[in-house]
Design a protein around this ligand. Sequence first.
Ligand SMILES: Nc1nc2c(c(=O)[nH]1)N=C([C@H](O)[C@@H](O)CO)CN2
Length: 135
Amino acid sequence: MASPIRPADNLTKELQVLTDTVFIQSLSVDTVIGVYDWEKKIQQTLLFDIEMTTDIAAAAASDDLADTLDYEAVSNRVIEHVKNARVELLETLIEQVAQIILVEFGVKQVALTVHKPGAVKAAKSVGLQIVRRAD
Ligand SMILES: Nc1nc2c(c(=O)[nH]1)N=C([C@H](O)[C@@H](O)CO)CN2
C-alpha cells in the first residue's frame, strides 16, 4: 500500500520574500460623480482595481484572518466611502480612497485603478491609475 502524503515534512525550504500583494479586482460601486450638471442627478458605475503591498508571513503561519489584511473589510470600506462621496473628479475620489487604505488599514503601498466605463461612448473605459506609499 502506498504511504500517505504528509504535507511539508521534508518540503519546507527557506524562501526569499519578494513582494506580497492582497488585491481586489473590479470592485463595482454606483455613485454620483462628474463635472457636468446632468451627472449630478444620476448614479454611475465606477470599477476599482486595488493592489495592496503587505506582508502575509504572520497569517501564513497562524492561518488566522486577524493576522492579515482583510480584503472583504477593505472592499466594504471603499464601497461605503465611494457611495457617499460627492465629488466631481475621479482624481479627488481616488486620492481619498488611497488615503483610507494607507491610513486606516496600515498598508505600506497601494496601486489603484478607477474605471468610469460609461463616460466616453467610443471608449471601453476611461479612468486613472495611481501608486501611493505611506512614509
Ligand atoms: N481626468 C479626468 N477627466 C475627466 C473627468 C475626470 O474625473 N477626470 N470627468 C469628466 C466628466 O465628468 C465625464 O466623466 C463625463 O462624461 C470628463 N473628464
